[in-house]
Design a protein around this ligand. Structure first.
Ligand SMILES: C[S@@+](CC[C@H](N)C(=O)[O-])C[C@H]1O[C@@H](n2cnc3c(N)ncnc32)[C@H](O)[C@@H]1O
Length: 438
């Protein structure tokens, strides 16, 4: 009996690192498991509860020992109240609290004075964030930086501060229009700001700069992994389409000394950010910075075209237009590389990815796509998937595609049928294996 009990306890405490978002108590009796993807547990650990303890509580609850299992709270309330967490992180980012705490700890009185805020209100924000390891409170209401707070430091090249500011300011306003967005199919951004996000940003330089810095920090987080997961050295020239401030193309070129690159984005982004970065990295001789509109035309003749986290900003029609332009610009033996998540639609999976999908819906009118949605859009634009290269980044797998070798079947075209993406069976397995990963 004791052996059996110990065996069961061992099973409970082994294996899956986290059983789901928002797990703060035993009310989460059967949260869906996150299967497979090694990074998932890092990103959905909302409740932050020790998993050994959590499983033990669950076990005790099953035995009917409710008194021992500690307090609980129904999951739906945890989800609802968690809305204050991003708001609190935003307040801290806007007030620059992490930067203040970089050198030394501050008492709440000092913090309130320096940031010109109400001491009691600020204390409550700090106490909440200390509960989530952003800051750490010591005796006498003195605060220092904790592990998550360090990512808010402005001078960290991977800083999340700018992204937090964008999400907490103009993009938060899109969120508050979510119901209207669902009712009308418009983006929340359009409803809140009166125009679509990509035409609004260039007219609002302060917010645009913060957004680009935010994307840079976010992208730097992925760079190493993307460069590791894919061999770019087999190409002569890569165009990074919608490449933002150029962080990724510069890293790819640094890691592949024989490669040339083109950074392609809206003219303002290229002028304000991209060109300067290429110069400062000493890559001007190998990397051109081109301003333009990917809905109109792309630079021609490169053997690889990379779209990182771009397709998710656009509805299917927009994506068809940009990929159609890409197909026209690339040679027959060119390669298309899409960096994005492949959504697993199954219940209980891909939670963070599905949260990001809703963010895309309200901000940009796009969304994250499943494998069959990608396949259809590729088929519509004359591509077929060759392989999905998995990475350790939660929402940044690399989908490699080629122009369909045979030109569009003319008899099918004549009958107005869509050409179907054709892949050998063995390749199909690779792709399905990747999509079923989570
Ligand atoms: C979500 S950001 C991705 C940036 C970059 N690929 C990254 O992952 O860091 C989308 C990018 O698309 C660019 N963009 C939007 N509309 C565009 C257009 N019509 N033509 C060219 N670039 C555009 C934006 O300026 C922005 O840099």
């Amino acid at each position: 009996m004791t052996g059996k009990l110990l065996g069961y306890l061992a099973k409970l405490t082994a294996g899956v690192p986290n059983e789901g978002a928002f797990s703060t108590g035993i009310a989460n009796l059967e949260p869906c498991r996150l299967r497979g993807h090694p990074a998932d547990h890092l990103t959905v650990e909302f409740g932050g509860e020790n998993q050994v303890l959590y499983r033990l509580k669950k076990f005790l609850f099953r035995l009917g020992l409710r008194i021992w299992s500690g307090p609980w709270y129904p999951n739906i309330y945890v989800m609802i109240h968690s809305v204050h967490l991003p708001r609190a992180v935003y307040v801290a980012a806007e007030l620059g609290i992490a930067d203040l705490l970089k050198e030394r700890a501050y008492s709440i009185g000092e913090l309130a004075q320096v940031t010109q805020t109400d001491e009691r209100s600020l204390y409550r924000i700090m106490r909440l964030l200390a509960a989530y390891d952003v800051f750490a409170e010591d005796r006498g209401r003195v605060f220092g930086l904790a592990k998550h707070g360090k990512t808010l430091l402005s001078d960290d090249p991977e800083s999340s501060r700018w992204w937090v500011l964008s999400l907490g300011d103009e993009l938060w306003k899109s969120n508050s229009e979510i119901l209207e967005s669902v009712r009308t199919g418009k983006t929340g951004f359009e409803i809140a700001h009166g125009e679509r996000v990509w035409s609004w940003y260039p007219k609002h330089p302060r917010e645009h700069d913060i957004f680009i810095k935010g994307m840079n920090g976010f992208t730097r987080m992925h760079c190493q992994e993307l460069v590791r997961a894919f061999d770019f050295s087999r190409f002569n020239e890569v165009v990074d389409v919608g490449g933002g401030g150029g962080g990724l193309i510069c890293e790819i070129l640094k890691a592949n000394p024989g490669l040339n690159g083109v950074l392609f984005d809206q003219p303002r982004t290229i002028d304000e950010e991209g060109r300067g970065r290429i110069e400062s990295m000493g890559l001007s001789h190998r990397c051109e910075a081109v301003g333009g509109n990917f809905l109109e035309a792309l630079p021609e003749g490169a053997d690889a075209y990379l779209f990182k986290h771009v397709l998710r900003d656009w509805d299917d029609q927009g994506v068809r237009t940009m990929l159609g332009n890409c197909r026209k610009a690339m040679p027959e033996n060119g390669t298309l590389l899409i960096v994005d998540a492949v959504v697993n639609p199954a219940n209980g999976t891909d939670r963070l990815v599905k949260l990001i999908d809703v963010q895309m819906m309200v901000d940009a009118g796009g969304g994250l796509r499943t494998l069959s949605e990608f396949e259809q859009i590729f088929a519509d634009t004359g591509f077929e998937i060759v392989k999905i290269h998995k990475t350790m980044s939660l929402d940044a797998d690399i989908i490699e595609a080629k122009p369909i070798r045979r030109p569009v079947d003319e008899s099918a075209a004549a009958q107005n049928k869509r050409p179907e993406a054709k892949r050998p069976e063995s390749e199909r397995e690779v792709v399905q294996g990747a999509a079923g990963r989570i």
